[in-house]
Design a protein around this ligand. Structure first.
Ligand SMILES: [Ca+2]
Length: 440
């Protein structure tokens, strides 16, 4: 007790000091993997992939077990994370962007980076962007001071496509950018995770006396898979395991540096992935664990992701949070914790800070499923999920039946009907209020 009292006095003193110079707004680090599945981390049950750093991060923070992303593919999912909106609300719901796209995230939308930049944060996006490769859509025009990485997916490259199919007619090249400069074309991807991690460490060190927001969007384990020499051949899971182990190493480096610089209890770190595993690539794709489906589908495996939130001294360690949450909740939660105003336009996520900080469940909110092409495909409310597979609809209790095996449509006709109208109602509202995608 006495120790706590002393600790309280000391932190009051520290807050006083901070009030003198910097404020008590925490730093934020979002580490976003690409195509990593619900079952790919050892703390989410993977039997062969070792992720000691992420496991430790989960022990020191909160592990969310019913966390959804906004879409089962890259571009719309990334739009949802950065804007706190369903992809449909920001017009980016129809598939992924490609090197010949003329659209992108509308610069009028407010990203997490813009909210925090307004509060004086240093902001950086390192890794994969995939929200429009034309300058007006790129990170430097969406609130980020720095960008280093790929404008789109790591397979959108003639060099990589030729490895998959020697007769490929794919004509686009994959640029590697530093700010606006192309510093390489179709680069060797073996050291991508190392390079991005190094840049992230440099950014954190350089801003240890400022507030900072780091969005580290690793392009792995999206195919083509690449691990550095040090990690090649290290995992019993094969190359996929090597790649995930290297991402885990990167997370360990970042958490280690935060600790070393004394930034641990002033930095919220979030780890998750943009969509489920790309199983069509067999062992080069990941695992959704007990969940049905994969990337590109609205089965749970397409959109439910591992999610770990760590902020020592604020978020209690070792928690497992089973509330239904989503990537769209991240923006309003960060806004609350960093004392930043919300975007002026309507958003879909809700602040879950009280869930993270004091285990108080927020008001339940239905989650709407859209296909990878943005078509309405289901709704989740409470334990129940209505989901379309083509033209057929099914009803599951995804808490009792995590693998979506036992259809309840005939057993619960009233619920089925109610959820069907709820889904259409929510989508109709979305259609009325949807905004324009960014155009050239
Ligand atoms: Ca992806």
């Amino acid at each position: 007790m006495k120790r706590n009292y002393l600790k309280g006095l000391l932190s009051a003193f520290a807050v006083g000091l901070m009030g003198f110079g910097a404020s008590a707004q925490p730093n934020v680090v979002i580490i976003f993997a690409d195509d990593l599945g619900y079952g790919d981390l050892s703390c989410y049950g993977n039997p062969t992939i070792a992720t000691p750093h992420l496991d430790k991060m989960a022990q020191e923070g909160a592990k969310l077990t019913q966390f959804y992303v906004g879409a089962p593919v890259c571009s719309p999912s990334r739009a949802a994370l950065l804007t706190g909106c369903y992809p449909k609300r920001v017009g980016l719901h129809v598939g992924v962007l490609s090197p010949n796209s003329k659209t992108g995230l509308n610069p009028k939308e407010e990203t997490i980076a813009e909210l925090l930049k307004e509060e004086g944060y240093a902001t950086a996006c390192f890794g994969k962007w995939h929200l429009g490769h034309h300058d007006k859509f790129m990170p430097l025009n969406q609130g980020f001071d720095q960008f280093y990485g790929f404008p789109y997916s790591n397979d959108m490259s003639r060099k990589e496509q030729l490895k998959i199919n020697p007769n490929s007619k794919y004509k686009y090249h994959l640029p590697w950018l530093d700010q606006r400069d192309t510093i390489a074309i179709d680069p060797d991807q073996t050291n991508v995770t190392q390079k991005l991690t190094a840049r992230a460490l440099e950014f954190i060190s350089g801003n240890r006396n400022n507030k900072f927001f780091l969005y580290l969007a690793y392009p792995m384990p999206h195919i083509p898979l690449y691990a550095s020499e040090k990690f090649q051949g290290t995992s019993p899971r094969g190359l996929y395991g090597d790649v995930v182990s290297e991402l885990d190493w990167g997370v360990g480096e970042i958490l280690g540096l935060l600790k070393k610089k004394g930034l641990d209890d002033n930095t919220l770190v979030i780890f998750t992935s943009d969509n489920g595993p790309w199983k069509v690539f067999k062992t080069h794709g990941g695992s959704a664990g007990p969940l049905r489906g994969a990337k590109g589908t609205t089965w749970e495996g397409g959109v439910r992701e591992p999610a770990i939130f760590r902020w020592p001294g604020h978020i209690n360690g070792g928690q497992q949070i089973t509330d239904v949450t989503s990537a769209m909740d991240i923006l309003p939660t960060i806004a609350k914790l960093c004392k930043a105003p919300l975007p002026s336009r309507k958003i879909d996520g809700r602040d879950i800070s009280s869930l993270l900080l004091s285990n108080e469940s927020p008001e339940e909110r239905p989650f709407i499923y859209y296909t990878k092409m943005g078509k309405l495909a289901g709704v989740r409310e409470g334990a129940f999920k209505l989901v379309a597979d083509g033209d057929a609809y099914y009803l599951y209790n995804v808490e009792e039946d995590i693998s979506e095996e036992y259809d309840l449509k005939d057993k619960k006709p009233e619920l089925y009907k109610r959820m069907m109208s709820l889904m259409h109602e929510l989508d109709a509202e979305m259609n009325r209020e949807a905004r324009e995608v960014g155009r050239l």
